[in-house]
Write a protein that binds this ligand. Sequence first.
Ligand code: ZN
Length: 122
Amino acid sequence: MDNVELRPAAAGQRANIRVLADNGWPRALTTSLGNGTVYIGRQAVTQGYNTVRIAAHELGHILGLPDRKPGPCSSLMSGSSAGVPCTNPYPNAAEKAEVEDNFGAALAHPAATAPREVMIVD
Ligand SMILES: [Zn+2]
């Protein structure tokens, strides 16, 4: 990744992304590209879905990726449609490139990152 990097917030610094656990279905609330809250819903965990894949998928939403369902396990954004046995937590090459493009466009045109609150469930 060249245009975006995930790293821990420094002491005293407000994080761009918050990760919470609750009893609902996994979802992401994005406030703008790269900013928002990921909810690791226990409902999917209880059903057996892989926690690392859930977290990676929801982070994908924060990084501007939409759901791509139904889809294969090789696609991170196929989410739950790939089934409980799918534990792949990695984006495929197209998904990686899309995140690069999202942040490249945001760097080139900062107005495109204007706050826009969107809740994506699943
Ligand atoms: Zn999703």
